[in-house]
Design a binder for this molecule. Structure first.
Ligand code: ZN
Length: 266
């Protein structure tokens, strides 16, 4: 069994298509939110996310771009993009985005997926999906300190989160804390993967990275695949047509910075 984990697509159709092209066939999709905001293709990306379906949790941009949350706390560039996105989205797409559930949501993985509804396992048999953290859907878990309370409080061995656009995560085992960052060695214009063997006694917070606006210094689109049978996570970095995504942003008259940052991965 394999679960495809996507997060922070941010209206970047070129990046999303590139990820889907190389992703292995998966039994389930988990989408950790921020489908829209920042990028120039909100309707196309929302349509594709609707088609992919699977398990969804909403992100702060999904809320701001559909009027569920004000853009008051957004920086000026993010606020401009959110207001533009709200205008650009079709009423059907706004409606669908508005109905995305708040995290955390839970998925058993030690049982056949088709028996989810009658699942009577414990938390130790499941994973949880969040946008920010299990404690607060809008919290940024950037450094290990930010992850500690969530990891101490949860009984789920695995929490998948997004929001920071930084691929990797954190592990906690026997009083030991560890920061996980994928190690890539190849040329930056090639697709790469990094496998993380999960330890059965550890608890993890894992971030697949951002599909549509990476901020960890690597401009390649990011996602991950969780394989419960092998108990491993495979992280992916995928080159895509950044120029084309930038053109969509410029054509929408969104702030230039949203285009230039895609090439920097910042
Ligand atoms: Zn985001």
């Amino acid at each position: 069994m394999r679960i495809l984990i996507l997060s922070d697509m941010h209206s970047n159709l070129e990046a999303l298509n590139a990820c889907l092209e190389v992703a292995p066939s998966c039994d389930k999709v988990a989408n950790l939110g921020d489908i829209v905001g920042y990028g120039g293709s909100p309707n196309e990306v929302t349509q594709l996310a609707r088609k992919l379906g699977g398990l969804l949790v909403r992100g702060n941009h999904d809320k701001a771009c559909t009027g569920l949350m004000s853009v008051e706390d957004f920086n000026p560039v993010a606020a401009i993009a959110a207001l533009w996105t709200m205008q650009a989205l079709t009423p059907e797409n706004i409606q669908w985005l508005k109905l995305m559930p708040r995290g955390p949501i839970f998925l058993p993985f030690r049982y056949p997926l088709n028996q989810e509804e009658t699942w009577a396992g414990t938390e130790a048999d499941g994973i949880q999906l969040v946008h920010g953290s299990p404690l607060d859907e809008d919290e940024y878990v950037i450094v290990m300190r930010d992850a500690q309370e969530s990891l101490l409080r949860t009984n789920y061995p695995l929490t998948f989160f997004g929001h920071t656009h930084i691929q990797g995560g954190f592990a906690f085992e026997n009083e030991r804390w560890e920061t996980l960052r994928p190690i890539y060695k190849g040329p930056p214009d090639q697709q790469e993967t990094w496998a993380l063997d999960l330890r059965s006694d550890a608890k993890y917070m894992i971030n697949p990275g951002s599909v549509g606006q990476p901020r960890d210094g690597d401009p390649r689109a990011a996602f991950c695949v969780f394989d419960p049978d092998r108990y491993e996570v495979i992280f992916y970095r995928v080159p895509y047509n950044i120029q084309k995504a930038q053109q969509q942003i410029i054509a929408a008259r969104l702030p230039d910075r949203l285009a230039t940052r895609l090439a920097e991965g910042r």
